[in-house]
Design a protein around this ligand. Structure first.
Ligand code: BG6
Ligand code: MG
Length: 212
């Protein structure tokens, strides 16, 4: 029996995964480092600093810690600039209806996101008050695939991890959900992740699954 659903944010609730891509692409181009959608898919769910390490794998030179800090700060500045134009229109299809339906069915809902910008985004798209709990990049020491962000969400909800389902577009997030002993649902880029308990094409499919 599923009592709660923990949602990833970027790429599941809202299309900000595209903004992350654009901001990193700008950094990679400035540094003359190869970057494409395939590299970008590996950044899904992982922290800002871990994302930079993945991008720098393609670099021909080593970066100092000082340079790395400068690059993560520059990326976040570009990202925040892109967020200025974010509105409720960026909420992905069927998401709002699903959240409301889950609540009507007495299923708790939470956010489990690696992003330190999660609350800013939720406020901007007008969904912040809908969630029973929020666990984000500011709460954790280790980002996905570590399960910490989901375990904190479950704790804040007061629900056993084994009674939680997670919906994720990141392979790292699916891995984190399984490490937390939760039911892992993959969508988008995480659909083919081997660890998924289930994959969906449309988020609306989760209603029937959690009602079982
Ligand atoms: C995740 C994204 O939600 O948040 C990652 O999928 C991102 O791509 C991570 O790196 C951290 O985000 P932020 O907003 O703290 O830089
Ligand atoms: Mg995501």
């Amino acid at each position: 029996m599923i009592s709660a659903v923990i949602f990833d944010l970027d790429g599941v609730i809202v299309s900000t995964d595209n903004y992350h891509y654009q901001a990193w692409k700008k950094i990679a181009d400035e540094e003359n480092i190869y970057f494409d959608e395939e590299v970008n898919n590996r950044l899904r769910g992982v922290s800002r600093s871990d994302s930079l390490e993945i991008i720098l794998e393609r670099s021909e030179r080593k970066y100092t810690e000082f340079e790395k800090t400068r690059l993560t700060e520059a990326k976040n500045t570009y990202y925040i600039k892109l967020l200025e134009s974010l509105t409720a229109e960026a909420i992905l299809p069927n998401v709002k209806e699903v959240l409301i339906k889950l609540k009507t069915n007495k299923i708790k809902i939470a956010i489990g996101s690696s992003s330190k910008n999660a609350k800013l985004i939720l406020k901007q798209i007008g969904l912040i008050d809908l969630f029973d709990a929020i666990s984000d990049g500011n709460d954790i020491k280790r980002s996905k695939p570590h399960p910490e962000v989901f375990l904190i969400a479950a704790k804040r909800l007061g629900i056993e991890p084994t009674k939680c389902a997670v919906i994720e577009d990141a392979s790292a997030g699916i891995e984190a959900a399984k490490k937390a002993r939760m039911y892992a649902i993959g969508i988008g880029a995480a659909k083919n992740s081997k660890l998924c308990d289930l994959s969906v094409d449309n988020i609306a499919e989760i209603i029937e699954i959690v009602k079982k």
